[in-house]
Each structure stands twice: as C-alpha cells, then as structure tokens.
Write a protein that binds this ligand. Structure first.
Ligand SMILES: O=C(O)CCC(=O)C(=O)O
Ligand SMILES: [Fe+2]
Length: 235
C-alpha cells in the first residue's frame, strides 16, 4: 500500500470541515489489518526505537510507549510525508486566524530542517501499548518552539475482538467557559486527525482560541496498540 494513494483518496472536504469545526476528525481506513499487525510486532524489537516511556513514572497515565528511531519504517515515513503535505496549507490557515506569524513550508523535509536548526532533532512518531486498566491522561504533544498544530493517530488493535473501553477522547477548553468532550470511535487501521494544542474557533464575533487536549479512557479488558504520528520533532 502506498501512502500517497492512501492520503489522496481520503474525503478531505469532510475531514477538514470536521477538523475545523471540532478540532478532531476521523480519517477512515488508513492501514490494512496485516500492516497493523506488522507495526505492532515491531514493539518488542528495540532496534527500531530511540526510547521507551513508562507512563506511570511520569504521571501521564498507565501504559507505555516507544518513540521510533530514524530511519522511520517506510509506511510511517510515507504517511508522515503525505499527511504533512496535505495539512500544511490548512495549518497555515489556522495560524493566520490565530494571528500567529508562523508559516509552514510545503514539504516535511523543509519543516524538519527548521526543527533541526533549533535542536528539535529527535523523531516523534511512536507506538503506544495499553493493557487492561491502562489509560492516557489528557495532554498536548508539544516538544519545543516548533509545533505543527495537527497530529495523527491510528488504531492498531481491533475493538471488536481485542479490547474493550479505550476510547480516544478530545477536550476543548473555551476561555472562561466549561469544557466540551468529544469521543472518536475507531476501528483497526482507522485514523483520526486532531489539534495538538490551540486552534481557532469561529464564534459570532469572529474567531477565538480554544485549547485542545487528547487522551484515552480506561481499557476495560484486552490490549490496545496505537501509532501516533506527530509532525514536529523533539529536543
Ligand atoms: O492511544 C491513543 O489513542 C492516543 C495516543 C496519543 O496520545 C498520541 O498519539 O499522541
Ligand atoms: Fe498524545
């Protein structure tokens, strides 16, 4: 499966409309089951990764994850490149509406070179692994001054057969108002695009800024793997 084809055949009108309205949008299927199993199988092979994080130790929740090392597996690099290209103009639109003087170049190599120039050199795509009782606290994946405002997550386990609970959750914190939550149902191989932190929201008196956070509700039984694709690299 070629990432360019996967990205280009998505229903971008609907995805970008949802992303703009809610700060999160399901992409539909991105990976076939076999590829999901292959990616999951990498988890126990440390040569593919640069570090392992045990979430309990940091107060991040319960479960663990590993950041991929460079060179990224081809399927991940392809998705990261393809999605970045499609999302860069959209991200530029968000920044303009938020009055941020930050323009993203059209391809990811140029963007990663900008990250690198300021010491953000470590790759951020990751695999996450949760067992029964595990969860991921609401958070934002910010790794330095260079920040691409949208990221991708793909579910690598089958909610019909392999786990219960473990819903992907997104919250939207509005200034001086109560927060709103959105749950995104995913199937194996399906993805969601979502806001990393701030995003503009259209109001009756123009745009205002809302703060987005994402997390995962408790896995009630079984095991759940995901792959996260963050576009900015880390320090
Ligand atoms: O496991 C998930 O669904 C969310 C993982 C996550 O926090 C991320 O990809 O940044
Ligand atoms: Fe995250």
């Amino acid at each position: 499966m070629h990432a360019d084809n996967v990205v280009s055949r998505l229903d971008w009108d609907v995805i970008l409309r949802d992303l703009d309205e809610f700060g999160v949008a399901p992409t539909g299927p991105l990976l076939d089951r076999q590829t999901c199993l292959e990616l999951r199988a990498l988890y126990d092979h440390d040569e593919h990764f640069r570090s392992r994080i045990v979430m309990q130790r940091h107060g991040f929740g319960s479960g663990e994850y590993k950041y991929f090392a460079n060179p990224l597996p081809q399927v991940i690099a392809g998705l990261r490149r393809g999605f970045y290209e499609r999302l860069a103009p959209f991200a530029n639109g968000w920044n303009e509406r938020m009055g941020l003087d930050r323009h993203y170049p059209p391809d990811i190599d140029a963007f990663l070179a900008e990250c690198q120039a300021d010491g953000q050199t470590k790759p951020t795509p990751l695999l996450l692994k949760y067992g029964a009782g595990d969860y991921n606290c609401l958070h934002q994946d910010v790794y330095g001054v260079h920040l691409f405002p949208v990221q991708l997550v793909i579910l690598l386990s089958d909610p019909q057969a392999e786990f219960e609970g473990g819903e992907f959750v997104m919250t939207e914190q509005r200034p001086r108002m109560q927060s709103r939550a959105e749950v995104v149902p995913l199937g194996i191989g399906q993805g969601a695009l979502f806001a990393v932190n701030d995003r503009p929201k259209a109001g009756s008196r123009g745009d205002y800024r809302v703060k987005m956070r994402h997390g995962v509700s408790r896995i009630r039984s079984g095991a759940r793997f995901t792959m996260g694709v963050i576009f900015h690299d880390a320090k």
